[in-house]
Design a protein around this ligand. Structure first.
Ligand code: SF4
Length: 353
């Protein structure tokens, strides 16, 4: 049965198609992203009517694919693993038991506008709803950013919450994608966080350096490479071809600037659920200075059931990965279960990460 259309747009402020030439190159690239699935398929030489239900799924969660990511897709291949991550499909409109709008319990963990506190010692700031790409399996695809974000850059309540809790040592910038914000806004926020004495680390969860490598410019490297807090970038790439040029150069520049780079991937049916792809993802990333972090089981978000890989198959793949690669190249296989004190590892009996 089709779900009710909810018309998610998540436009980044200041990056609409009419962005003037004086804006940074990466914002122009973001403004020029493909925003309809017909164009996406035409650009790859594929027939738009080949994907049943595509337009209905696009109405639920709008298509977005930047040019540099499109360039890494294989023309003429409707099963290209990069295309499948971004192409709306009719399956997204089907309700499936157990698949919900907030599978990881974000709403219940909100403690101030834009601030999520689930785990000991760290909190998550939802900085923006904007992204460079709209991943069809996203667990926040229905998250109501407008209702749960602070008024423009009013982080006072969130920062007061953090400052009052000495046990919090790390802040995670999430979203959306935090690097969709301007460097001026991010640098200002980083400075305010650095003023909280007990904080030690600023972690940024981002897909932008992979999807839109233009984002890694001198302004970004400028503020990332300085400040009191240790800066950690947790990237999100699911397939080794996502690390191809021009992403490879962007990641090298980040590594050379001294930023710690980790990667988390989601195990996705038809995209990376085979041992060769998973092994190549870890090895390709490591060549660019990226260490494996998590391999996530899919969060059971409404409209994403067709991406799910069974837990048995996930464990089988993990064992194969462990047998093939050195330990430091094996990400932790995990699932997020709301209410648990950490990610639940699926590699052994109950344990937490
Ligand atoms: S970049 Fe991240 S937050 Fe944005 S749509 Fe993809 S998975 Fe979701």
């Amino acid at each position: 049965m089709p779900t009710k259309p909810i018309m998610i747009t998540r436009e980044p402020r200041g990056t609409q198609p009419s962005a003037p030439r004086s804006t940074p190159v990466w914002q122009q690239a973001l403004a020029g992203a493909i925003r309809d699935p017909d164009t996406l398929l035409q650009r790859l030489g594929l027939a738009p009517d080949a994907i049943p239900g595509m337009q209905a799924a696009h109405q639920l969660f709008r298509t977005r694919v930047p040019e540099s990511y499109l360039a890494r897709m294989r023309p003429g291949d409707a099963h290209d693993p990069l295309l499948l991550q971004a192409l709306p499909r009719g399956e997204e409109t089907h309700e499936q038991p157990g698949f919900t709008s907030d599978p990881v319990g974000d709403h219940d963990a909100l403690v101030a506008p834009g601030l999520v506190h689930k785990y000991h010692g760290r909190v998550l700031l939802l900085t923006t709803g904007a992204c460079a790409i709209h991943c069809r399996y996203c667990f926040r695809r229905e998250f109501d950013y407008a209702d749960h974000s602070p008024a423009r850059d009013d982080w006072n309540a969130a920062l007061a919450y953090i400052a009052g809790r000495p046990e919090i040592h790390e802040v995670i910038l999430s979203g959306g994608d935090p690097l969709a914000l301007s460097d001026q806004r991010l640098a200002r926020l980083a400075e305010r966080l650095a003023d909280i004495p007990q904080l030690q680390r600023l972690r940024i969860h981002t897909r932008l350096p992979v999807i839109l490598p233009e984002r890694v410019d001198a302004d970004l490297l400028g503020w990332l490479g300085q400040g009191r807090l240790q800066h950690i970038l947790v990237l999100h790439a699911n397939h080794p071809r996502e690390f191809a040029a021009p992403a490879d150069q962007a990641l090298r520049r980040l590594a050379e600037a001294g930023v710690t780079l980790l990667n988390q991937a989601v195990l996705l049916a038809g995209i990376n659920d085979d041992i060769d792809t998973l092994a190549a993802l870890q090895e390709t990333g490591f060549r660019l200075g990226v260490l494996p972090y998590y391999l996530h089981q899919l969060d059971r978000t409404r409209g994403t059931a067709h991406f799910e890989v069974s837990t048995d198959r996930a464990r089988e793949l993990y064992r194969a990965l462990h047998a093939r690669l050195p330990g430091y190249l094996v990400p932790r296989l995990a699932r997020e279960i709301p209410g648990e004190p950490g990610k639940t590892l699926l590699t052994s009996s109950p344990s937490r990460a």
